[in-house]
Design a protein around this ligand. Structure first.
Ligand code: ATP
Length: 521
């Protein structure tokens, strides 16, 4: 007896006939066959004997810890590195298309890197100068430099929730808005293949979902664009991903389905979440009854910030006391960075609001530098100002002077930095240049910079961008074991699961800074 042909299965993967025929006609997007991948100017290959085949209908996620080789693999897939022997890397799907690989494959990186962005032409406080007209490069101009058609721009802007920001100066966009703008520009390029390196970084939960939905649409529609995502292990796995590759130490160490991948990491994340909650509750109950005795470090009373008739912060009141550890939360554009700029002395509207810092009302004679001397700050914006040729020691050392230009350091200052590098698990990093370091490592250097002068108030705005779980663990251990009880911490994150367990309080801004609320845990 024969089974009817339509109910028979074919091939090693037991596909139905129609699946089998589709499978047979599926082209290969890229194939590396025992390839040695070389970086320009470096003798030894960065990947040795790399064998990897990606069919066109596969939706690939590349993940792994810091320095695992994720970005290098993405660059290799985009044809940006030389490969030996000749012919060991092929892009069969693209062979018949006009142009070069770089015309067809767009690799967009979202890692902080001052060289990628013309921020240097601007001064740091410029963003907060509400009266500056929008006659700079606007978001609309920025998108037009890639695509002239207004209707195409309007469509992409709507998909990524950027429409209301089109007339605004690019420099005034919030961190998450800037990233969405860069993704919009990448989508407007209409590439044959799109590779995105950490696109979720800095996006709030709603916009992460929106972006993944947009990419799903792009990748899975008939005749869609193959999309490859590079992500941190702890990032959301898109439902439409069909394959996950894990790298470590410049090797592929795991290759499988998203379901198997999630099963591998789920038990660990669930256990950690339960431990965090328990630790926080204990810390909160310990301080019960004593908190009100501690001096206020920050007091905001009915603070308002309005830009061009738009209320960014609306009637915000908040008291931060010495030794508090706060998470400042809220969606992209809700005003978190604006609020923090009040606390670092950078916002011109601080004087017209009721604000006291370190027990002194703003506008009663102290300078910006008096305030900065008592505050240690890390933020994605500050990161952009660092010259990549600086060494880790020089970059961290600028924290003593509240600037971004290296100055000579005393032996005592150098040994403070060395001690902090050790406490953050990065001993021996002093002479490495920033440009040789991953984003996460650079961010750790800047975290050390924020601590060198042992500031009374530590402000970490999205400190964990680009950090892997091991590095986040090191920072948490530092907070628990080395932060002084009298030091105060305020940190911003978009990832609930990344809030260190030592951080016991939350202050949440709603869209437009309204509905601010305060919770103990
Ligand atoms: N000078 C300005 N003129 C007009 N609007 C501005 C100006 N500066 C900032 N904005 C707007 O203020 C809002 C708040 O920006 P802010 O950077 O404080 O948000 P955020 O909560 O830190 O966002 P993210 O999570 O994306 O970092 C944004 O919508 C931004 O576009």
């Amino acid at each position: 007896m024969f089974r009817p042909i339509l109910s028979r299965t074919f091939g090693p993967r037991n596909l139905t006939l129609s699946q089998f025929l589709r499978h047979q006609s599926t082209k290969t997007l890229v194939k590396f066959d025992n390839a040695d991948v070389h970086r320009f100017g470096i003798k030894d290959p960065v990947f040795k004997n790399l064998s990897l085949t990606i069919p066109e209908n596969q939706h690939l996620v590349i993940t792994g810890p810091i320095n695992a080789g994720k970005t290098t693999l993405a660059e290799a897939l985009a044809g940006q590195h030389s490969v030996k022997p000749t012919g060991a890397a092929k892009w069969p799907l693209l062979e018949s298309l006009p142009g070069t690989l770089s015309d067809q494959i767009h690799l967009v990186s979202f890692q902080e890197n001052s060289a990628m962005f013309s921020y240097g032409q601007h001064y740091y406080q410029e963003r907060f100068n509400f009266s500056d007209p929008d006659n700079d490069l606007t978001l609309s101009d920025y998108l037009k430099s890639r695509e002239k058609s207004d209707s195409k721009i309007a469509k992409v802007a709507e998909t990524l929730d950027l429409t209301h920001l089109l007339p605004l100066s690019f420099v005034k966009l919030s961190n998450g808005q800037t990233r969405r703008a860069r993704i919009a520009r990448a989508l407007l390029g209409n590439p044959a293949v799109l590779i995105l390196d950490e696109p979720l970084m800095g996006l709030d939960i709603e916009h992460r979902k929106k972006l993944l939905d947009t990419l799903e649409n792009l990748a899975t529609k008939p005749g869609g664009t193959p999309v490859v995502l590079v992500q941190r292990p702890q990032d959301e796995m898109p439902e439409w991903a069909t394959r996950v590759i894990c790298l470590d130490g410049m090797n592929i160490v795991w290759d499988g389905t998203p379901t198997d991948y999630l099963q591998r990491i789920l038990p660990q994340t669930t256990k950690e979440a339960a431990e965090r909650q328990k630790y926080r509750q204990e810390a909160l109950s310990k301080e019960e009854g004593t908190r009100d005795l501690r001096a206020p470090v920050v007091e905001l009373k009915s603070v308002n910030v309005i830009y061009n008739k738009r209320k960014i912060l609306d009637d915000i009141s908040w008291t931060v006391r010495q030794g508090d550890r706060w998470a400042l939360l809220g969606p992209n554009g809700s005003g978190k960075t604006t609020l923090l700029s009040f606390l670092t002395g950078d916002h011109p509207q601080a004087y017209s609001n009721e604000l006291s810092l370190f027990g002194r009302r703003r506008g009663t004679g102290e300078s910006i530098w008096d305030i900065k001397a008592r505050v240690g700050l890390v933020s994605p914006e500050i990161h952009l100002y660092f010259n990549q040729r600086m060494s880790a020691l020089e970059a961290a050392g600028t924290g003593f002077f509240d600037g971004v230009v290296p100055r000579s350091l005393s032996a005592e200052q150098t040994s403070t930095i060395e001690r902090l590098f050790g406490e953050f698990g990065m001993s021996g990093v002093e002479n490495r240049k920033l440009q040789e370091m991953s984003t996460g490592e650079q961010r750790l250097v800047l975290l050390v910079r924020s601590l060198v002068k042992r500031p009374e108030l530590i402000i970490w705005d999205e400190p964990f961008q680009g950090l892997d779980l091991g590095m986040i663990h090191n920072v948490n251990t530092w907070l628990e074991n080395h932060m002084k009880p009298e030091q105060t911490l305020i940190m911003v994150t978009h990832h609930e699961e990344e809030i260190p367990r030592a951080v016991t309080r939350r202050f949440k801004l709603g869209a437009g800074g309204v509905d601010a609320n305060e919770t103990g845990s």
